[in-house]
Every structure is written in C-alpha cells, then in structure tokens.
Design a protein around this ligand. Sequence first.
Ligand SMILES: [Zn+2]
Length: 373
Amino acid sequence: MRFHILILSAFLCVASLMSPGQAKPERAKNVILFLADAGGIPTLNAASFLEYKAPQKLHIQSWPHVGLSDTSPVGNYVSDSANGMTSIVTGVKTRNGVISQGPDVVRGKQDGRVSKTILEYAEERGLKTGVVTTQSIADATPAACYAHANDRGKWGEIFSQAFTPRYGDGVDVLMGTGRERIGTQLAALGTSYEKLAAEHKRPINERLEDVAADNMRPIVVADKIDVRAAALRTLEILQKSKQGYFLMIEWDAHTDDPKAGLEHVVGFDKLAKEIEAKVNLKDTLLLFTADHSFGFQLDGGAIDEPLLAGYDEWKNSADKKGAVRLKNIYVNRRHTGEEVAAMATGAGASQVKGFFPNTKLFHIMLGAYGWKP
Ligand SMILES: [Zn+2]
C-alpha cells in the first residue's frame, strides 16, 4: 500500500510539473518574421476593406495569437524603422536612426554597444538565415537583422558587414533593392559589388532571375524586386537546413500613397498565407508585426462606395507633398506612436498576448527556439 502511495505521489508530482499552467514550452526549429513597415492597425483594417469589402478578412487576422506591441524609442515619442526593428530583433530599445546598437550611441558620431540580433543567434547555432525586402537591402529594417551601425544612412558600411559576420558564416540569403545608392557608397569606401563578390567568393546578382540554380547563399541587390518570388525562393533554400532557419521578410506598408500602401498589405497578407501552407506549424513560428504605426485614418464613407473614392483626383493633382485628404481617408504621412499589432501562429505563438514592449518579440522568438539571451 505504502509502495502504491509512493508511486501515486511520484505520478502526481510529474503530472503537476506538466499541468497546463506550466506546459512544456513549444519549440520552434524555424522562425519567420513578417515585417509590414509602417503597417499599423488602421492600415490593416483598411486593407481588408479594400480587398474583401469587409473587416478582418486578412489571413493574418485569423491567426490565433495577438498582442499589442509598443514601438517607442529611447528619447522620443515616435519610432523610425531603425529603432523599431532593432528593438524587435535584439530585445534592446535604442535611439531613432540607429542599427542594432544600444542607446549609448551618438547617432552618426559614436558607436554604441553592439546589440546581438536574433539572426546572429541563429547563425551562431548553425541555422540558415535569410533577409528579404521590397526596400533597399541596406535600409533600416533589413540592416537591423545583419549589421550594426550608428547611422541608418551608412548603406555602404551596412551592406559590407554582410560579408564580415560576427557569428557563423553570416546571413545566407539577402534579397532586396537599393542597387544604385549602395553602389555609390561602396565606391566612396573604396570598394564595389565586384570587389566584394571576388574577395568573398559570393556573386552579388542584380536580378533574382540571374541567381544560379545551385547557389544556396544568394545575394540579390536589384533596382526593383518581385518580393513574393524572392521570399519563396529564399524559403526553398532555407528549408533545406537540417538545423532550422530564421527568415525575415519586409514589405513596405507606408501609405503616403494610400492605394499603393494598402495593396502592399494585401499582397503581403497573401504571401503570409502562401508561406504558411509551405511550413509545418508544429516546428515553425510565424510572426507578423510592424516596426511602427503610421498616420492613416479611415474616417468616413458608405460601404457601397469605393474605399479610395477621390484617389485618382489626388493622384493627378499637382501638389502631393502635404497630407492626403481623400473622401474617406486621411493620411498625415507621418509615423505615429501608438501600439502596433503582433499576430502569431505556430510553435511558441501563444506567448504573443496582451500589451508589451516590442523588445518582447525578440524574447518570444528566442524562447521559441529554446535559447537563452
Ligand atoms: Zn518603418
């Protein structure tokens, strides 16, 4: 009898360790971070109306886990992309304009402490990594994943850092735009695409179509890129990794041009759905968020009239510099300070909940992998 009680208490002990409240954390082998640049909640809301004539019809709006992420930087109310993304991928808030360095930085003048990025953690552990963007591959959002700089404008220096990694063999796949300006800055630093490619034995392609079929570490710096094609190609490469991968995909969602901005969100959402169908959610975390919000407002209109009524007139008008006033939409064309949504599905997604600082997203991704900072 005493023996049975012992067995029973041992069993209860184990059972209590595994009770729902303390369930074993889910482990992700892979993390895909979808970053809608400037994709605030009002922008997501209007994108759903534009495409589906109804609210909350975006695919990402069906993901089971949602939280509200504070994006504020150190020293200001409102974030730019550099601080916003740095906070998400390093877990350390910094000053606007700064790429993955701490707030002890003096922008453009003096480096701050290096903040290790989730991509660098992944490289350190032998995972494959990729960064894909509609924007310049050296712009703030992609840069914060693989580089450290005291000013986001230093595109030549930032791009060059992809070839001198601090961990592993550095970012494996880079695909984006910015060909001309990065090239100009490389020249000012006494180097070039050709020199970097030769020194590091990695071709730097100008078009996605030019990437060799057997190149498992491709770099594309284009003038313009089909981000869907680039993302799917990158995913195909990263999925060959036995250790897993980290992939960041950025799609610009600024609504300076409201039609273009909302269509980008619709396209990005469809891409997220397409990618979700290609991964196993039991071992992959999908996280969708924005680096900061934007002054976009849907402030009127009947459901049977076009959401973008008045857009063509605005587009054809001479002065498009100030705020955008369409019949039902107002855009002040500035970043705004309120929280952005973070949506997640897959392994480790349940940690996305409530209000939190955007730095928590770093810890959620790290925790999903089962790593400690
Ligand atoms: Zn941004």
